[in-house]
Write a protein that binds this ligand. Structure first.
Ligand code: 5RP
Length: 231
């Protein structure tokens, strides 16, 4: 049985099949997306001409180190393909993302993608979203208000802490992340609308109707899931 890291690598490798010369490629964040960026960097070293739009400071730095020209939306207003990871993938390719804290820029890049491809190992597949703590990015000033509103709606949360005990985790845009306790998300659209309507919430980790394809590596093969695939 391959390890989880080997499966992530297989999914990332398959995503290379969707990259063509001249493309603007959205670079995701997290361990699986990082494997994809490294593989893409190797192709660039071999002569592939693409440009990248990064979904985090980490991915921008890695891409640049590997020789991938990193551009902003001032140079191209959409990506041809974006390749990113996910924390949960449910039927319809409804996703929870943001485990790595990059959900805001990830959603911006995903929203500007002609094709949004998820790379994941099979452990990310779920029938219903919500075992993974849903991240909600909030303006620091509004954190106590949003925490209370989430609690009142039945979604208790806690402020994400930085690794190494250095205090609150701060996002690339200078915000905080509230991680909602695991829940069974009965209706992701309703929850997303509630969060979208909450003043002080910048973005949340529900990515609905965004992914076109998920490349999911299991023990035997990498399986292609579309929004129509029955789980
Ligand atoms: C970061 C993300 C990641 O894509 C998600 O957490 C999956 O990460 P990994 O590939 O390490 O499992 O959303 O904000």
């Amino acid at each position: 049985m391959p390890t989880q890291d080997e499966l992530k690598l297989q999914a990332a490798q398959r995503a290379l099949d969707f990259i063509e010369p001249g493309m603007v490629v959205g670079l995701g964040s997290g361990s699986t997306a990082t494997l994809f960026i490294k593989l893409l960097g190797e192709k660039v070293k071999q002569g592939l001409k693409i440009r990248g739009i990064a979904s985090s400071e980490d991915s921008a730095k890695l891409g640049a180190e590997l020789g991938i020209p990193i551009i902003g939306f001032d140079k191209a207003t959409e990506t041809d393909v974006t390749v990113d990871g996910a924390d949960e993938v449910a039927p319809g390719l409804a996703l929870i993302k943001g485990g790595g804290g990059k959900l805001l820029r990830e959603k911006i890049v995903a929203s500007a993608s002609k094709k949004f491809i998820i790379v994941a190992d099979a452990s990310k597949i779920v029938q219903k979203l919500g075992k993974f703590k849903l991240p909600v990015e909030v303006i620091p000033m509004a954190e106590p208000l949003v925490t209370e509103r989430l609690r009142a709606l039945g979604y208790p949360s806690s402020i994400r802490q930085a690794k190494g005990g250095s205090g609150n985790y701060i996002t690339d845009e200078g915000n905080l992340i509230l991680d909602c306790d695991p829940m069974q998300v009965a209706d992701p659209e309703v929850l997303a609308a509630e969060l979208d309507g909450m003043v002080g919430v910048v973005e949340h980790g529900l990515f609905l109707d965004m992914a076109d394809l998920a490349l999911v590596a299991g023990a035997d093969s990498v399986v292609e899931y579309t929004p129509e695939t029955k789980f």
